[in-house]
Each structure stands twice: as structure tokens, then as C-alpha cells.
Design a binder for this molecule. Structure first.
Ligand SMILES: [Zn+2]
Length: 430
């Protein structure tokens, strides 16, 4: 789409010179003081960096569940400390379903259009629509996708690909490499990068989930990535040691966790924790003198809520919050960084309830749903669910940094795209 704007001279000398230049330049653009009504002069509202953090399925009740279990009534999660807060509708434009899926939800955030469920980066008529990641790239910024889902799953896909069907994950991977070209791609989903019969670094049919096996439909895309200059890694040590400006890490066959039927023992033990993937991505992307756009997604909130597992939903929410804290710390040290935390929809109809033995029928009575200790108190609570699917309410958004004030209040999910785009472009408020 866009030709990459020439940024640095070729070769290591240019890169080293650019790195030195970054050290000397003042951090350009945004100014958190501007959010508080300070000077809105030229450039003050520009978001040099954007860290777009999504909890998939992260509704208000999910955030509150994590808060009560982690820090209790008097505590606050990192994700709730951002300066601006509001809520976004979650509607899609599906002809058959009232409630969105993650593909339409992510397309609303990434491209500012409502589309049908299952659509990735295309509008309701199937036409490709430009994304925030592509816009960032057009502005010369580095870009990255980090998720505990498959890197080609609906949310990251909607920022870096355009396909009518979210299931076409090898085509999504191919488009990452040959079209949108994120500099950093970290997550799961290795099975979509290797054709059948080529297991890759993660073995086919493992004991943890015998259904997992390579099923790529676009050849060996890891080799293709390496040909295009990506450093490829498949485990935590490899990621820690990786050098270079383009990085592909595939840390699981599918999701970086295992979801099973209720009571059958979901697992949340990612090969690389979300916070560590995010730290590496920030390390690589922040070398770009034009700034960066980074999408970070914790997928497990949604998946464990689908399986009515409050224990694991809490765990995934804690992993997300740790990552938000890291992003806020980065923003403190790097002015001009817009951080936002969103949910594309809520999942499960999660309710936080008093412990009441009379209330629970047989099906709901697993230890996965409590009782949980309410942190910092002698109280306990349980969790109940109304559905194994998504729900249609609005979800909370918190934001801080240049342009964050536009993300406060009641808004549509598509408005998030517009606000972030304006923030990157440095266009004035209003
Ligand atoms: Zn879901």
C-alpha cells in the first residue's frame, strides 16, 4: 500500500547513527501537560507512540472481577489509573446477529467501520478498509502486533490484513509479510505458518491438545519471513536473545494457553508472558525515530469467559494489568505516548455475587467460579455466568497521553479509530 518512507541509511552504520540521533532528540510531539489544559500549541497533541491494549472480551464486570480478586475494595488496577475514562458501544453491522464477534469488533477499532461478524479489515460490502497500523506505517512509524492468541486471530488480523473470513489465517499471515509488514509479530498460531506435515518448532498433535497440527495453506511462511528479513524465534530464550529490527515470534501451535470444557482444567501458562512479549516489542519499536504503533492483546479473558472459568479469567486479567503497568511506565519515560485500554465486547454475562449455597445449581457449582477471597478483607464472592457467548453491552475504555481526552465519555467503537488516527496525525482537538 504505502511505500515505506526512507528513514535510515542502509546498513548498520545508518542504524547506529539513527540510534544515536534518537538519544539526542527531545521526545517529540505529545505532552501530558497538554491534557491538563496546558499549551495546545503546534504539535503538542501529537501521539508519537501509540500502545493500543485490548482485553478481548473485557467488560466492566471483568475488570471489576480482577480488581476485587487482586487489590480489593480500596485498591486500583493499573488499567483503571489512566487519566481519561469512558465507554464504547460494541455493535457490529451483522445482518443476522445482534452481538458482535472479535473480527467485527477489531475492524471497528482498527478501521472505524462497522462490518459483519467474521470480517477482518473489510467493510460490510467486503471492500478493504485502511487500518490504524497501516496509517502509522504511512507516517513512518514502526508497527507491532502482540497477542496471546494466534497472531493471525481476529484482533491482530484486523490491524494488519484484509480478508472476508477470519478463518483464513494463512492468508492473513501472508498479508502481514507481504503487505502490512509489522516490524514485530509476537504470539501463538504457528500451525498457520507451516503446511501440513511440517510441524515447525511446536510439535504436531501434542499431549496437551492432540488436535493441534500444522495446517498452513500458503507454503512455509516462516521461511518467507526469514527471507524478508525477520528474525524468527519460537521460545522465551530465543526472544530474549533476538536482535534486529524485524521480529517474528511464534510461541504456540494455536493460542498460548489451553481452553477446555468447564471443570476440565484450562491452562494459562504462556511460553512467554504477555508482559515480556510487550517489553521486547517496546524495546525494538522504540528505536524508530518516528515513533511506533503497537497493538497488545490478552485473548484469554475472552476464551476463559467463554468456558465459564472465573479462576482463569482473573489470571488472564492480571496478566493484562501487569502489561498495562509496563506500558504506563514506558509512557512516563517517553513523552508523546498514547496508551489506551479497551474491550471489543464482553463475554459470558459475568456476575459478581455474594456466596449463597442456595443459589447454585449443579452445573454452576465448580470451583472455577469461586468462592474467591475479596482481597484485603475477610469476605468472599462467587462468579456466575449467563451465557457461553458474547454479550452486547458497552465496554469501558481508559486512556492517557496525547489525544486521550477524545477517548473519554460515551462513544461508538468506531470513534476509537478516529480519535487514535487524529492523535497520530497531530490534528487539533475538536
Ligand atoms: Zn469470544
Amino acid at each position: 500500500m504505502h511505500a515505506r518512507r526512507g528513514r535510515f541509511g542502509a546498513g548498520t552504520t545508518g542504524v547506529a547513527a539513527a540510534a544515536a540521533l534518537v538519544m539526542l532528540l527531545p521526545f517529540g510531539g505529545g505532552d501530558r501537560g497538554g491534557d491538563r489544559g496546558g499549551g495546545h500549541g503546534h504539535g503538542n497533541d501529537r501521539a508519537r507512540n501509540v500502545i493500543f491494549i485490548q482485553g478481548d472480551g473485557l467488560g466492566l464486570s471483568h475488570r471489576e472481577l480482577v480488581r476485587l480478586a487482586t487489590v480489593g475494595k480500596d485498591g486500583q488496577l493499573a488499567m483503571n489509573t489512566l487519566e481519561h475514562a469512558g465507554w464504547t458501544t460494541t455493535d457490529s453491522a451483522d445482518p443476522e446477529e445482534a452481538v458482535t464477534d472479535s473480527a467485527a469488533g477489531a475492524t471497528a477499532f482498527a478501521s472505524g467501520v462497522r462490518t459483519y461478524n467474521g470480517a477482518v479489515g473489510v467493510d460490510a460490502d467486503g471492500n478493504p478498509v485502511p487500518t490504524l497500523l497501516e496509517a502509522a506505517r504511512g507516517l513512518g512509524k514502526a508497527t507491532g502486533l502482540v497477542t496471546t492468541a494466534q497472531v493471525t486471530d481476529a484482533t491482530p488480523a484486523a490491524f494488519g490484513a484484509h480478508v472476508p473470513d477470519r478463518g483464513d489465517q494463512s492468508e492473513i499471515a501472508r498479508q502481514f509479510l507481504e503487505s502490512s509488514r509489522p516490524d514485530v509479530i509476537l504470539g501463538g498460531g504457528e500451525d498457520w505458518w507451516f503446511p501440513a506435515g511440517e510441524p515447525g518448532a511446536w510439535e504436531d498433535n501434542p499431549a496437551k491438545d492432540p488436535t493441534e497440527e500444522s495446517k498452513g495453506t500458503a507454503g512455509n511462511l516462516v521461511e518467507r519471513a526469514q527471507d524478508l528479513g525477520y528474525t524468527y524465534v519460537s521460545d522465551a530464550d530465543g526472544l530474549a536473545d533476538a536482535r534486529g529490527r524485524k521480529l517474528l515470534g511464534l510461541f504456540a501451535n494455536e493460542e498460548m494457553f489451553e481452553q477446555r470444557n468447564e471443570g476440565e482444567g484450562d491452562l494459562y501458562e504462556p511460553e512467554v508472558p504477555l508482559v515480556d512479549m510487550t517489553a521486547k516489542a517496546l524495546d525494538v519499536l522504540s528505536r524508530d525515530r518516528d515513533g511506533f504503533f503497537l497493538l497488545v492483546e490478552e485473548e484469554a479473558v475472552d476464551e476463559f469467559a467463554h468456558r465459564s472459568n472465573a479462576t482463569r479469567t482473573i489470571q488472564a486479567g492480571q496478566a493484562l494489568d501487569e502489561t498495562v503497568a509496563l506500558a504506563l511506565d514506558f509512557a512516563k519515560r517517553n513523552r508523546g505516548t498514547l496508551v489506551l485500554v479497551v474491550g471489543d465486547h464482553a463475554t459470558g454475562g459475568l456476575a459478581i455475587e455474594n456466596v449463597d449455597p442456595e443459589d447454585e445449581g449443579g452445573e454452576g457449582a465448580t470451583t472455577e467460579d469461586g468462592p474467591f477471597d475479596l482481597a484485603g478483607s475477610d469476605l468472599q464472592f462467587t462468579v456466575d455466568w449467563t451465557t457461553g457467548g458474547h454479550t452486547g453491552e458497552a465496554t469501558p475504555i481508559t486512556a492517557q497521553g496525547p489525544g486521550a481526552e477524545r477517548l473519554a465519555g460515551a462513544q461508538r467503537n468506531t470513534d476509537v479509530h478516529d480519535a487514535v488516527l487524529r492523535a497520530m496525525q497531530g490534528r487539533g482537538r475538536g
